[in-house]
Design a binder for this molecule. Structure first.
Ligand SMILES: NC(=O)C1=CN([C@@H]2O[C@H](COP(=O)(O)OP(=O)(O)OC[C@H]3O[C@@H](n4cnc5c(N)ncnc54)[C@H](OP(=O)(O)O)[C@@H]3O)[C@@H](O)[C@H]2O)C=CC1
Ligand SMILES: O=C(O)CCC(=O)C(=O)O
Ligand SMILES: [Mg+2]
Length: 473
């Protein structure tokens, strides 16, 4: 079945039932070491995972690691350009779960991202990236502890589908000419716009199916959170990209108010209901005016739409959501993408789950990680219905590779997400305690050490792993 790798001789497969993993005590878990700093991070992280499982379950549970290959390491074993060998895909398919270090993607040419390929091949449609603060972590922000968000990033489409053509390529030129002569003139709203002939061109598909399955998972996650964190914010640039990003917002609301009608309230609905709660005799017109402060300046047609919206909300959900009952529901709101970047800095505690399309989520997850300590503290998981691959938010950080200095925290915390996904909460909690105590004790790698006041001598990558383990007890 495998050309160049052999699964461990002990251990069993994790199986899936309705998207939920059934986990034996000795699961086989494939791992990819990763390029660049993967060489430093992976051994440190694996040591922490094994120690936590050992301490938590005293030999009753154990992970059987299965080394699989991707990136530079794969080319060494399988030959030139064999970046993602079939063996690796077969192993992930067979075992349903994997954890990986970062993989290199060249800019401007060369192979397309292996990271993105894995997400697309296994339909890992939700990229889940929690950003929470560990006490004592230095941060450029005054109150980093106020940020506790989970970026829920659509992982399979948007411009990451990788359908683009180089400037000057035959198909690129044909496409531009076709758009300029046929499609753009046939769409009156585009007027006399033309695409410059010396453009590279890319396609940004945003589908209803992919948008809604992402938002569905985000709402289900919100329902598991403490009441005050039960909120999903749809992040988009729908004012500019109306039919892609704007549609993502609309499909998100549509899903929330159909599939999750009894569990969800939208922000505008909450305003309408609370206006009536504060003033039971309020007219529909007055209510509409309060919902939209610019109401009087709107056209008659737009005003009528808002009045209708108020009527519909009161008629359809006053009984189930009114009189304050909406306060126990998952709040679904939306924010424009540029605004959310400043909101997570100026009003961090007003947000919880941020549901995004692919590109916005990529940017936002690095930015949110920076607030709580940097890319060394940014874990992630790529989750589908039948498979999951855990990986950090950061990349290969090549200038630090092989120096035993990089922070392994993100991959270790990605492992915590994996342990939680397996239901091995005790081992996950031990690692969280170990990381928290090591940081509070100022035992940290260079990235955190340089921000600390007064400065501390940094630990090596491997030493930070040992410090985490030391703090298990
Ligand atoms: N999922 C994946 O595998 C990903 C892969 N990549 C790929 O990685 C390669 C390098 O990308 P690049 O843009 O340099 O981004 P990286 O995320 O690799 O690194 C950028 C900077 O972030 C900081 N950083 C990254 N990782 C850590 C860590 N573990 N601990 C502390 N600080 C860290 C370092 O900052 P400083 O030097 O200031 O300390 C580093 O120089 C590219 O080929 C890219 O495509 C990128 C993102 C994700
Ligand atoms: O695949 C890559 O090289 C970059 C991906 C990335 O930045 C991410 O997933 O956050
Ligand atoms: Mg990224």
């Amino acid at each position: 079945m495998y050309e160049k790798i052999t699964p461990p001789s002990t251990g069993e497969k994790i199986t899936f039932n309705n998207g939920e993993p059934t986990v034996p005590d000795n699961p086989i878990i494939p791992f990819i070491r990763g390029d660049g700093t993967g060489i430093d991070i992976w051994p440190a992280a694996q040591k922490v995972f094994d120690a936590a499982v050992d301490v938590a379950y005293k030999g009753k549970r154990k992970i059987s690691w299965f080394k699989i290959y991707a990136g530079d390491e794969a080319c060494e074993l399988y030959g030139t350009y064999q970046y993602l060998p079939q063996d690796t895909l077969t192993a992930i398919q067979e075992y349903g779960i994997a954890i990986k270090g970062p993989l290199t993607t060249p800019v401007g040419g060369g192979i397309r991202s292996l990271n993105v390929a894995l997400r697309q091949i296994f339909d890992l449609y939700a990229c889940v990236r929690p950003c929470r603060y560990y006490a004592g972590t230095p941060s450029p922000h005054k109150n980093p502890e106020k940020l506790d968000v989970i970026v829920y990033r659509e992982n399979t489409e948007d411009i990451y589908l990788g359908i683009e053509w180089r400037q000057g390529s035959e198909i690129g030129d044909r496409l531009i000419k076709y758009l300029n002569t046929e499609l753009i003139p046939a769409t009156p709203e585009h007027g006399k716009k033309q695409i410059p002939l010396d453009s590279g061109i890319g396609i940004k598909p945003i589908s209803k199916t992919a948008s809604q399955r992402l938002v569905r998972r985000a709402i289900k996650h919100a329902l598991q959170l403490p009441k005050h964190k039960q909120m999903v914010t749809l992040v988009h640039k729908g004012n500019i990209m109306k039919y892609t990003e704007g549609a993502f917002r609309d499909w998100g609301y549509e899903l929330a108010t159909s599939e999750f009608r009894q569990q969800c309230i939208t922000e505008r609905e909450s305003w309408i209901l609370s206006n009536k709660e504060k003033n039971p005799n309020i007219t529909t017109q007055e209510n509409a005016r309060m919902v939209d402060p610019g109401f009087d300046a709107l056209t008659t047609e737009k005003q009528a739409q808002i009045v209708k919206e108020v009527e519909t909300v009161l008629n359809s959900i006053w009984d189930t959501h009114g009189n304050g009952k909406w306060q126990d529901k998952v709040m679904v709101n939306d924010r424009i993408a540029d605004s959310i970047f400043q909101q997570i800095q100026t009003r961090p505690d007003e947000y919880s789950i941020l549901a995004t399309m692919n590109l916005n989520g990529d940017y936002l997850s690095d930015a949110a990680a920076a607030i709580v300590g940097g890319l060394g503290m940014g874990p992630g998981a790529n989750i589908g219905d039948e498979c999951a691959i855990f990986e950090a938010t950061h990349g290969t950080a090549p200038k630090h590779a092989g120096l035993d200095r990089i922070n392994p925290g993100s991959v270790i915390l990605s492992g915590v997400m994996m342990l939680e996904y397996l239901g091995w909460q005790e081992a996950a909690d031990l690692i969280k305690k170990g990381i928290g105590d090591a940081i509070a004790n100022r035992e940290v790698t260079y990235d955190l050490a340089r921000l600390m006041e007064p400065p501390v001598e940094p630990l090596k990558c491997s030493e930070f792993a040992e410090a985490i383990i030391k703090h298990f007890s």
